[in-house]
Design a protein around this ligand. Structure first.
Ligand code: SIN
Length: 523
């Protein structure tokens, strides 16, 4: 079948199209289906090619205990977010965590329990107490993904979103590239749940498909993107000489259970840096490691987990990754270095996933709800995916009855450089620490990209990475201070006058609008 004007190989209709098959996408799809919407989920990879699959540590959620409270979780989250969290959004999401986890458990997700039969809780950086539930030891994301996949929602795998189509009433369709060629889905609602942007960098904990697709789709649809300069670098990613691409994470929970960080001379990396020491918020630990690496001219530090009892039982996947790299974590130090891990910013949404474009929603890592601020608190991401995924799926019901018909599509040409080129530029100039001169070099290098109308998946990914890198560099250059995971060596201090979010949009002329500063909602 051809459509519209015979330029598309296939067409379909849905009340809601969800883009992405991780925790936020499948949770949203399930909720919307339960509300009677005709939902189609598209995913460019297979059932486990998601960032969710690789999440280790767990889900931060307050339990039924008198040693923790929603208020305490909110305080820890805002503390980690260094003044940029939207406190109302944080409260709203954290407060809904228990119900969201209960819904997931009802779907069949199994969490680890202690000898007392209670769900086990561990601690990670920035948390003032043990509140992180986990599954399979260090395979929480895989268990979440398994439970959601088992719900049997219809997903069109191997189908990449190409462009969100809008009309006078907001979203009216989505162009998709699948094995059958370029197709169009007529729909009044598109929900972006595409995950992160770790592939902007040479080393990342993210899978190969984490190419900022949702950021590019949102920008080209006219939605705003916020706080993009805050890319979280995980402090402890397995280091092997020359290793690039997706690198194995050594969960913060390893430090939560007692492992310590030492440099190549055997000295503590974080002593005197922060009262929480090795369990300080992630940005603090990553910066401390980066500083020590510069000081010693080293390319890694070590995690010493040799004193932990039953390491291989508590952390089976980490044990396997280390052994594969020739390191036995029970008897040897684990070489680690920071690597790109999580985008704290993203498509600007409310806590129901609504963007500024009617009918366009976003949830999970691709979205910026105000939960993370300038630095995400560990294990708040699966929490956000569950809570906001559920809410966004419910919110999409408000588009029921909106007429959606794609009559014509003007494809947006976007600048594109090969992924490796973008990675090399970003790794050299916009990594754990940055400065204005380096950011300028990067901006100039990216400006060399030529516009193209991408069709194939790798072209689409290159274009998404290039546009997102360009937007990120704009906002990183505009933020003349250090805050959270944005560290400028030329502006080392946090400036109270810059305690605000930064938004960026793409104009109809294809030019990125200058960053706009917004209040965070924090009084
Ligand atoms: C980890 O296990 O250290 C990662 C958890 C997270 O990124 O929240």
């Amino acid at each position: 079948m051809t459509s519209p004007a015979g330029r598309y190989a296939w067409e379909a209709r849905a009340d809601l199209v969800v883009v992405g098959g991780g925790v936020a996408g499948l949770t949203a799809a399930r909720t919307a289906s339960l509300r009677g919407l005709d939902v189609l989920t598209v995913s460019k990879g297979g059932p486990t090619d998601t960032s969710t699959q690789y999440a280790q540590g767990g889900i931060a959620v307050v339990g039924d205990v008198d040693t923790d409270s929603v208020e305490s979780h909110v305080v820890d989250t805002c503390e980690a977010g260094v003044g940029l969290c939207d406190e109302a959004a944080v409260y709203s999401i954290v407060e809904s965590g228990r119900d969201a986890v209960a819904a997931l458990a009802a779907l069949g997700a199994v969490f680890d329990r202690g000898r007392d039969g209670e769900v086990s809780r561990t601690r990670e950086g920035g948390h003032s107490t043990r509140r992180i539930i986990h599954a399979g030891g260090d395979a929480t994301g895989a268990e979440v993904q398994r439970a959601l996949n088992a719900a049997g929602l219809p997903v069109l795998f191997g189908a990449a979103a190409v462009q969100v189509v809008t009309g006078p009433h907001g979203v009216c369709g989505l162009v998709v590239a699948s094995a059958e060629g370029l197709g169009v889905i007529h729909t009044p609602a598109v929900l972006l749940a595409t995950g992160g942007l770790g592939q902007l960098y040479a080393c990342s904990t993210n899978p190969a498909g984490a190419t900022a697709d949702g950021i590019a789709l949102a920008l080209t649809a006219g939605a705003a993107v916020a706080d993009l300069e805050f890319v979280q670098f995980h402090p402890t990613v397995l280091y092997t000489p020359g290793g690039v691409g997706r690198r194995p994470l050594i969960s913060e929970a390893v430090r939560g259970e007692g492992a310590i960080l030492v440099d190549t001379k055997g000295n503590s990396v974080t002593a005197g840096v922060h009262p929480l020491g090795d369990l300080a918020p992630r940005d603090v630990v990553s910066r401390a490691i980066a500083a020590r690496l510069r000081e010693l001219g080293a390319d890694h530090v070590y995690l010493d987990a040799r004193t932990l009892d039953g390491f291989e039982t508590r952390f089976p996947n980490i044990t396997a990754s280390c052994l594969e790299a020739g390191i036995d974590p029970r008897t040897q130090l684990i070489p680690v270095a920071p690597a790109a891990h999580y985008s704290c910013g993203g498509v600007a949404t409310d806590v129901h996933g609504r963007t500024g474009v009617p009918g366009l929603y976003a949830a999970g890592e691709v979205a910026r709800t105000g939960l993370h601020g300038a630095n995400r608190l560990a294990s708040n991401s699966l929490l956000e995916g569950l809570v906001v995924g559920e809410r966004a799926g419910a919110a999409a019901a408000e588009r029921r009855g909106v007429h959606a018909e794609v009559v014509d599509v003007v494809r947006t040409p976007l600048p594109a450089l090969p992924r490796e080129v973008v990675q090399s530029i970003m790794t050299s100039h916009a990594s754990v620490v940055r400065d204005g001169a380096g950011l300028d070099v990067a901006r100039k290098a990216l400006a060399e990209a030529e516009d193209c109308v991408a069709v194939g998946v790798s072209e689409l990914e290159d274009a998404a990475l290039t546009l997102t890198a360009t937007a990120l560099l704009e906002v990183a250059s505009a933020r003349a201070e250090s805050r959270g995971c944005h560290t400028r060596v030329d502006y080392p201090n946090t400036d109270p006058n810059q305690r605000r979010s930064t938004q960026i949009t793409l104009g109809a002329d294809g030019v990125l609008g200058l960053p706009e500063n917004l209040s965070t909602g924090v009084q």
